[in-house]
Design a protein around this ligand. Sequence first.
Ligand SMILES: *[C@@H]1O[C@H](CO)[C@@H](O)[C@H](O)[C@H]1NC(C)=O
Ligand SMILES: *[C@@H]1O[C@H](CO)[C@@H](O)[C@H](O)[C@H]1NC(C)=O
Ligand SMILES: *[C@@H]1O[C@H](CO)[C@@H](O)[C@H](O)[C@H]1NC(C)=O
Ligand SMILES: *[C@@H]1O[C@H](CO)[C@@H](O)[C@H](O)[C@H]1NC(C)=O
Ligand SMILES: *[C@@H]1O[C@H](CO)[C@@H](O)[C@H](O)[C@H]1NC(C)=O
Ligand SMILES: *[C@@H]1O[C@H](CO)[C@@H](O)[C@H](O)[C@H]1NC(C)=O
Ligand SMILES: *[C@@H]1O[C@H](CO)[C@@H](O)[C@H](O)[C@H]1NC(C)=O
Ligand SMILES: *[C@@H]1O[C@H](CO)[C@@H](O)[C@H](O)[C@H]1NC(C)=O
Ligand SMILES: *[C@@H]1O[C@H](CO)[C@@H](O)[C@H](O)[C@H]1NC(C)=O
Ligand SMILES: *[C@@H]1O[C@H](CO)[C@@H](O)[C@H](O)[C@H]1NC(C)=O
Length: 400
Amino acid sequence: MAIMKYIVPALLASSLAFAANSDNCDGSSKPITIQNQGDADALSNCETIQGDIEIDKNTSGSITLNGIQQITGSLTADGAANISSLAAPQLASIGKTFKLNGIILLTTLNFDELTEVGQIDWAALPNLQALSFAKGVTKAGSVSITNTGLTSLKGIELDTVGDFDLTANTALSEVNVNNIKNCTGLLNFAANSNKLDVSFPNLVSAVNITFRNTSSVSVPSLQNLTGQLGLFGNSFSDFAAPNLTKTGDLVFDNNEKLSNVSLPKLTTVNGGFQMSSNKDLTSLTVPELKTIVGALDFSGSFENVSLPALEQVKGGFNLQTTGTLDCSPFEKLHSDHVIQGVYHCDAHVAKPTTMNGSGSSSSSGSASSSTSSGAAVSNMGKAPAMGLTAIVCGLLQLLM
Ligand SMILES: *[C@@H]1O[C@H](CO)[C@@H](O)[C@H](O)[C@H]1NC(C)=O
Ligand SMILES: *[C@@H]1O[C@H](CO)[C@@H](O)[C@H](O)[C@H]1NC(C)=O
Ligand SMILES: *[C@@H]1O[C@H](CO)[C@@H](O)[C@H](O)[C@H]1NC(C)=O
Ligand SMILES: *[C@@H]1O[C@H](CO)[C@@H](O)[C@H](O)[C@H]1NC(C)=O
Ligand SMILES: *[C@@H]1O[C@H](CO)[C@@H](O)[C@H](O)[C@H]1NC(C)=O
Ligand SMILES: *[C@@H]1O[C@H](CO)[C@@H](O)[C@H](O)[C@H]1NC(C)=O
Ligand SMILES: *[C@@H]1O[C@H](CO)[C@@H](O)[C@H](O)[C@H]1NC(C)=O
Ligand SMILES: *[C@@H]1O[C@H](CO)[C@@H](O)[C@H](O)[C@H]1NC(C)=O
Ligand SMILES: *[C@@H]1O[C@H](CO)[C@@H](O)[C@H](O)[C@H]1NC(C)=O
Ligand SMILES: *[C@@H]1O[C@H](CO)[C@@H](O)[C@H](O)[C@H]1NC(C)=O
């Protein structure tokens, strides 16, 4: 009897343990939750996790996910402020989202085998300075990295990407994304270190690129954009896109030191072309520019704007400058119907404004107001560009 008394519960316990074990790798109907290293160790027999793993908020210290090679769903640690290090030494792929949010103490991320992720979504990781990703992530549907302490993106070695958004990483001073040839989503850099040098040496085509607050941008191979190329609040004096032939909206706003813009092969702006609050930009030549589908809308201190190949401006023309500029070439283009729609060209203007009245070097140099005026002047050209963006991004999401 006494023996039975112990055996039965032991059997029960072991069968329970077995039951738990057989589906302990399945997080498909309900995420597998981890609160401590013991919970993580209980998954070490799972080469593949079907579904999701969630690391609980109250988890602290070091967590290592040993043995797991694949997570078909997401790996999430949202609000687990006290995790100091997170590792998954064998993990090669995460099917959906790799989400880390608000992990204030996190200093170490060790994912040496990780190469493929559906989405990287990291925010508020102020103490994370470097990634320890020996192989490097080469495929990611999208990447969003916001408010981290990262000083470089070593470990993110993408070949293809959809959206790529780097915002408010104040220690990030260098981004050199060597392998990307084609970016199918929104490429956005904003408010990172004010000494951020961005280099995309092999990027040929992209949808929509926005650079804010960078100190240099290198896009030597860039040929085509279907959406916007926007440069806002950068500190460089030179911008060159030597191979760019076509873009959607083209916007240069509030780049205070910009004095030399080189777009030697640009033929088509499939949207509006806006320049505002670039106070050192006195001379601009775009030698091959033939077509502007939206408006040309320049305000600034130009002395000379030369667009010798211009054949068509469909959405109106506004050029206002404090400088001494000869408007007669544009007047002729207007009377020849090369420039269609509203037409203003004024030199020696005390307070030049863009079409919708935003002033020069106003603090509205801020992103939104200038973007919206940029968008407004180019309504006509914008519709197709946005349509394409939506389609490409939509495709991407389907793929994921
Ligand atoms: C982190 O640790 C501190 C100190 O032990 C504690 O007060 C806080 O509640 C913990 N945070 C979380 C999210 O568990
Ligand atoms: C963590 O929170 C869960 C509930 O979310 C609770 O069951 C568990 O006891 C907590 N663990 C610790 C170590 O505080
Ligand atoms: C870029 O990628 C998209 C989506 O994969 C594809 O449709 C497009 O043809 C590619 N463009 C180039 C120039 O490779
Ligand atoms: C620029 O484009 C030409 C062809 O249009 C190509 O031969 C050249 O390699 C490109 N330059 C760069 C830096 O990609
Ligand atoms: C860019 O556009 C031009 C003109 O439409 C086209 O000939 C060229 O193949 C495109 N290049 C890329 C890389 O998409
Ligand atoms: C490009 O991205 C910006 C956000 O940075 C957005 O406001 C704009 O509508 C996008 N333009 C296109 C043509 O996709
Ligand atoms: C970034 O640039 C924007 C203009 O696009 C400006 O308003 C903002 O103050 C800048 N932010 C930083 C952190 O430099
Ligand atoms: C402007 O930039 C282009 C291309 O980088 C360069 O060839 C040219 O010399 C520069 N012009 C001046 C005045 O600095
Ligand atoms: C304006 O720039 C063009 C091209 O650089 C040049 O040929 C022309 O002489 C300049 N005009 C004036 C008035 O400086
Ligand atoms: C800009 O002007 C256009 C036409 O003049 C107008 O339709 C549009 O609403 C204005 N946009 C803004 C943001 O004021």
